[in-house]
Design a protein around this ligand. Structure first.
Ligand code: KG4
Ligand code: ZN
Length: 342
């Protein structure tokens, strides 16, 4: 077993519309985490406006990094390395965080560790607060279900930083399906939380939306559910019926949860997983969390709510393991990186 060294990592994340910085100790214990969200700004446009996002990152990056260090009661001299998200993400957003990290690393003579955003999401499930007990280390092989706005995939993780992608969505990501369905139902941005809220008062059995079969056993497809919602909405509109938003939201959410849970459990059995982890923005969904936690076959790790959507704590955690295991990356941006990483 690897002996992991003591190290503190300062991390920066700016791949989309959150400017974030965090400090972590030994990859697990979070000393600080600051997220400047641009959600209210982008809500006006009904989605992330890339040019606006990069300008906001420029405004927020320095105060956010300063706050993360201050909350950890540390200075730059106290950290062992700087970790930063280098992709995937919006180029104009990534470049702000990456250049800030480069400046800090060069100025303070610290190593720079580039982190893949998806790898960050995976590591978010092992982050714990400094005042709580550190939970057990992950047991490999483990099955990681990654459900974010841009990705839905199953990865088999055989060791730290070692992944085998078993399957992925063939069309929309689960988060994207939530966002598009919210729009169809007239619910506000961001779509995922809006659908969840609307679903609270609805009957998940009111509509039976399709659970797509895919040729690749471990692939997903969500565009069919979205189209089914659209068809129902149009039919009811044509007939002059009111749209039962709560029932539709609940039925849609139940279908997505069912697809994700069923396939993940099947893959975990097939590949002899010791445990499962669920991460990415959609892992904030209460119905999804409850469904995974209700099954008793596998131990399941799900990040705390604060670390489900984009944050720098997860980048700090993955960055620590890259640093500790001697993986250094170039100083380059990597807008559409190859994944899984080799
Ligand atoms: O991981 P993330 O913050 O950003 C990406 O890396 O894409 O994921 C954002 C996605 C969005 O599609 C958002 O609607 C979804 O996560 N999401 C949710 C919930 N909170 C965020 N989806 C369902 N239920 C939620 N509570
Ligand atoms: Zn993300």
């Amino acid at each position: 077993m690897t002996d992991f060294p003591f190290a503190r990592i300062l991390a920066i994340e700016s791949s989309c519309d959150e400017t974030a910085a965090a400090v972590i100790e030994n990859g697990r214990v979070l000393l600080s985490s600051v997220v400047a969200s641009q959600m209210d700004i982008h809500a006006r446009f009904g989605g992330v406006y890339p040019e606006v996002a990069s300008r906001q990152h420029v405004l927020s990056i320095v105060p956010v990094v300063e706050q993360a260090l201050a909350q950890a009661h540390l200075t730059l001299a106290d950290v062992n390395a700087i970790a930063v998200t280098r992709g995937p993400g919006l180029a104009g957003s990534l470049v702000v965080g990456l250049n800030a990290a480069k400046g800090l690393a060069l100025g303070a003579d610290k190593p720079l560790v580039g982190v893949n955003h998806l790898e960050g999401h995976i590591y978010s499930s092992w982050v714990c607060d400094s005042d709580s007990e550190v939970p057990p280390a992950p047991r490999f092989p483990l099955l990681a279900l990654l459900v974010s706005g841009g990705h839905t995939e199953l990865n088999l993780m055989t060791d730290h930083l070692t992944y085998r992608r078993l399957g992925a969505t063939l069309d929309d990501a689960a988060g994207e399906a939530f966002d598009k369905t919210a729009r169809l139902l007239g619910l506000p941005y961001p779509g995922g939380p809006s659908v969840q809220k609307a679903a609270e008062g609805g009957n998940p059995k009111a509509f039976h939306f399709p659970r797509a079969r895919t040729d690749g056993a471990w692939d997903f497809s969500f565009s069919g559910i979205k189209t089914a919602v659209l068809r129902e909405v149009r039919r009811m509109q044509a007939e002059g019926q009111p749209i039962p938003v709560a029932d539709m939201a609940a039925s849609f959410q139940a279908a997505v949860v069912d697809i994700l849970l069923t396939k993940t459990l099947a893959a975990a059995r097939e590949f002899g997983a010791q445990e499962i982890l669920v991460a990415g923005g959609v892992s904030a969904n209460t119905a999804l969390r409850e469904a995974f936690l209700a099954q008793t076959e596998f131990k399941v790790n799900i990040p705390r709510f604060a670390y489900c959507t984009d944050n720098a704590a997860m980048i700090a955690s993955a960055g620590y393991f890259r640093y500790a295991l001697g993986h250094r990356s170039t100083f380059d941006i990597d807008v559409m990186p190859t994944w899984p990483l080799s």
